[in-house]
Design a protein around this ligand. Structure first.
Ligand SMILES: C[S@@+](CC[C@H](N)C(=O)[O-])C[C@H]1O[C@@H](n2cnc3c(N)ncnc32)[C@H](O)[C@@H]1O
Ligand code: SF4
Length: 376
């Protein structure tokens, strides 16, 4: 049996945050949620799970915690009907502070959801308001403590830094407060100004200043040192976890393992093919005949190699040169001798002499885009 991860997209939010370009809709009547869930159930029924054993399920968004537990129950029941799910599979759900309650959390636990990812973003109320969040730090703290009290033993907290006007001290204070709560996993993302968002428009109009690179990098590295000092293992560019708590699902994306995306706009990688679902909500809801997939691409051998390097280098341990050779029947160094040597000389890449892992140096992480472009 091949292992498979399932990603389930829930495209609804209470309000759109000013920086966010994820596929999600705000201000939608709640009655649409159940119509969407019905379409999602049809989507799942059209998938063929034979030969696969599902070892991770990830409800992402949007804001999956907006759904009533009964809707998640329907979705999980359909998944269990259609796929063989490994006992002990990691089942994660992204939740926004202020959309959680003790009764919802207890219901999630009873459904077998064993990992919850809470989007705190910052512990600074003024910043939270400015970036368009509906919650404040007290809402987050209440939900976090409720999640623990309801039995969640694997909690991730999402944070953002390099927010407009944020100082390094503010960022490190946020991080310290979150570390004090002892979540098993912390994700920390540098704000990206995405086209089409209110923040991007403000940036173009000159009313929002992008954080300078030097401060952004100082925030990043001081954050990483603090996390490491407090017992977190920095295992991916933007992710750190306590021992044994790396996110199994997200590791699939960085290791070119197979995953199936269910729901609006969800992406999949199965059998060397990349494909994705309809992104128009009305069309998705009306699709009744299994025609949810609107884009397909069969990876060429070269695509597979580039993607393996691109995604693998996001892991701090890097890529195993031995595994690369086993997978592709050729040595990575034979294909990219000049590129690898160039970036080793510039101090951006290194090869560990003991485990033969190719990875970014710390300087390489800061300049990762200039390295990755050479492997496309
Ligand atoms: C799929 S999103 C949403 C999860 C959840 N709805 C929330 O907002 O709490 C996952 C994470 O991506 C991060 N994120 C979203 N947009 C971003 C941006 N433009 N720049 C950096 N990080 C971003 C946020 O930390 C967010 O929690
Ligand atoms: S960041 Fe999260 S809550 Fe905010 S709009 Fe994006 S998906 Fe929704």
């Amino acid at each position: 049996m091949r292992q498979l991860g399932l990603y389930v997209h829930i495209p609804f939010c209470v309000k759109k945050c000013r920086y966010c370009d994820f596929l999600s809709f705000a201000g939608i009547d709640n009655s649409v949620y159940s119509t969407y869930v019905k379409a999602l159930l049809r989507d799942i029924s059209h998938r063929n799970g034979s030969g696969f054993s599902v070892d991770s399920i990830f409800f992402g968004g949007g804001t999956p915690s907006l759904l009533e537990p009964i809707d998640l129950e329907y979705i999980l029941a359909k998944i269990y009907q259609q796929f063989s799910v490994t006992p002990g599979a990691e089942i994660s759900l992204e939740a926004n502070p202020k959309t959680l309650s003790k009764s919802k959390l207890i219901a999630y636990r009873n459904l077998g959801i064993n990992r919850i990812s809470i989007g705190a973003q910052s512990m600074d109320d003024k910043l939270l308001d400015y970036i368009g969040r509906v919650h404040n730090s007290a809402d987050f703290l209440e939900n976090y403590r409720d999640a623990r009290a309801c039995g969640f033993k694997n909690i991730n907290v999402d944070l953002m830094f390099a927010l407009p006007g944020q100082t390094k001290t503010q960022w490190l204070n946020t991080l310290k407060q979150v570390i004090d709560l002892e979540p098993e996993h912390i994700s920390f993302y540098s704000l990206q100004l995405e086209k089409g968002t209110p923040f991007y428009q403000m940036f173009e109009a000159g009313t929002l200043k992008e954080m300078d690179d030097e401060t952004d990098r100082q925030m990043y590295w001081e954050g990483v040192y603090l996390l490491e000092k407090c017992g977190y293992f920095h295992y991916e560019i933007s992710n750190a976890a306590k021992f044994g708590y790396k996110c199994r699902h997200n590791l699939k994306y960085w290791s070119m393992e197979e995953y199936l995306g269910l729901g609006l706009g969800a992406h999949s990688y199965v059998d060397g093919k990349r494909f994705s679902n309809e992104t128009d909500l009305d069309t998705y809801i009306q699709s009744g005949d299994g025609s949810f997939i609107v884009w397909k691409h069969t990876n060429t051998y070269q695509d597979e190699i580039s993607e393996f390097i691109f995604t693998g280098l996001r892991k701090i341990e890097g890529i195993s040169l031995k595994k690369f050779e086993q997978k592709f029947g050729i040595s990575l160094i034979d294909i990219y001798k000049n590129e690898v040597n160039k970036h080793i000389q510039k101090g951006l890449l290194e090869i560990d002499p003991t485990d033969h892992q190719l990875r970014f140096t710390r300087k390489g992480i800061d300049l990762s885009n200039t390295v990755l472009i050479d492997f496309v």
